[in-house]
Write a protein that binds this ligand. Structure first.
Ligand code: NAD
Length: 398
């Protein structure tokens, strides 16, 4: 009997389902590049429902049971006595969301003798040790594009929240105050600022499109230069070297994947070369920045603000310094798991499972690794070196 093990975040504290404030979500059929949203044979949920928590079960229960598949869903993922650790050795498929990652370290993969497929319900498969997955011929797939626009919308909001000093100003009225001088002492307009995008892929492109009407100067850094017509349309300047780019920007929006190349990209040295008071928005992955370097730079005033929803590890411990540092606009990892996004990536997980169970090929754009090497989108996004543990996957030496 095939066994699918899903590690999902816990249900709402007030119980499941939550009281929905809207009756539907807009129907999206195509992504901005023309590719289609997931196309499973059918779905057993209503778009807009909470699917990412344990009781939501990604809307897969009915389907998997109808196929005679054992479907185990848990949020208990930490430590040797966790349900995840206990069920893993006999699981054929693991499903996890980056918001509540089931870290698949090399050691865990070693124990998972039956594991054939690791599905990321969302985008970003750094929580899987990709090298170990390749060595064990495990397919890794994610639901490409499913929440890229969701994240881009959040990043624009986060950037504005920092520059306009929204959260401290909001705290003033929440606490009964009205001191306008305090509210504006760190508030600026974004108009005319130079914003640097790191990783101009699906999220980065959507951020660029959304920021353009704010009359900012847009610069970008990524592995490959964008076509000349795209650069012209958005007035983009390409910086092949991130070190050169950060010197000229007022703010950085970071959405590159996490791998050896981007691990701790923003450390004390790089941050020291930025303009005093620059802002960083990072919804890429927590480990793309040095945790303590961010805290130091906010305390010294070298950074004007930091906003992100990605941490390491996740869930973040209660004493994580990002919870209490100054000039932050932090949230738990949520930008890619709006109810709107969940409908797409749950349908994508279903599509991948249908293909897997029927021995059909998985859409190439969903593939991260297959047949012992990086594949599809994974070959464009990540790099792995034999014998090297991937950052983000829960290895102790990260
Ligand atoms: P994408 O593959 O379309 O884009 C990634 C881009 O990063 C590519 O254009 C690639 O060329 C570029 N890149 C790779 N290495 C780089 C480097 N060293 N320096 C600069 N750029 C580099 O993927 P996407 O949909 O835009 O998602 C990107 C990442 O965002 C994911 O891998 C994930 O880590 C993160 N993400 C976060 C959330 C969230 O909820 N916070 C949700 C989705 C994705």
């Amino acid at each position: 009997m095939t066994k699918v093990l899903a590690v999902l975040y816990p249900d709402p504290v007030d119980g499941f389902p939550p009281k929905y404030v809207r009756d539907d979500v807009p129907k999206i059929t195509k992504y901005p590049d023309g590719s289609t949203v997931p196309t499973p044979e059918s779905i057993d949920f209503k778009p807009g429902e909470l699917l990412g928590s344990v009781s939501g079960a990604l809307g897969l229960k009915k389907y998997l049971e109808s196929k005679g598949v054992e479907y185990v869903v848990t949020s208990d993922k930490e430590g040797p006595d966790s349900v995840f650790e206990k069920e893993l050795p006999t699981a054929d498929v693991v499903i996890s969301q980056p918001f509540w990652p089931a870290y698949l370290t090399a050691e865990r993969i070693e124990k998972a003798k039956n594991l054939k497929l690791a599905i990321t319900a969302g985008i970003g498969s750094d929580h899987v040790d990709l090298n170990a997955a390749n060595e064990h011929n495990i397919t890794v797939a994610e639901v490409t594009y499913s929440n890229s626009v969701s994240v881009a919308e959040a990043e624009v909001m986060q950037l504005l929240a920092l520059v306009r000093n929204f959260i401290p100003a909001h705290d003033i009225i929440r606490n009964g105050g009205w001191n306008i001088a305090d509210a504006v002492a760190q508030a600026y307009d974004i108009e005319g600022m130079t914003v640097g995008i790191i990783g101009a892929g699906r999220i980065g492109r959507a951020v660029i499109e959304r920021l353009k009407p704010f009359d900012v100067k847009l610069v970008y850094n990524q592995r490959h230069q964008l076509p000349a017509d795209v650069e012209k349309k958005f007035g983009l300047t390409y910086y092949p070297d991130v070190h050169e780019m950060v010197k000229v920007v007022d703010a950085v929006v970071l959405n590159a994947p996490l791998y050896a190349n981007t691990y701790h990209m923003f450390d004390d040295d790089l941050i020291a070369t930025m303009k005093r008071g620059a802002y960083i928005v990072n919804n890429g992955r927590g480990e793309e920045v040095d945790r303590d370097a961010i805290v130091r730079a906010l305390n010294s005033g070298q950074l004007g603000g930091y906003s992100g929803d990605v941490w390491y590890p996740q869930p973040a411990p209660e004493d994580h310094p990002w919870r209490t540092m100054p000039h932050e606009a932090m949230t738990p990892h949520m930008s890619g798991t709006t109810l709107s996004a969940q409908a797409r990536y749950a349908a994508g997980a279903r599509e991948i499972l249908e293909d897997f169970l029927e021995n059909k090929p998985i859409r190439p754009e969903y593939l991260i690794a297959e047949g012992g090497s990086l594949a599809g989108t994974g070959a464009k996004s990540y790099e792995v070196k034999k014998g090297q543990k991937s950052p983000g996957s829960g290895n102790e030496d990260n």
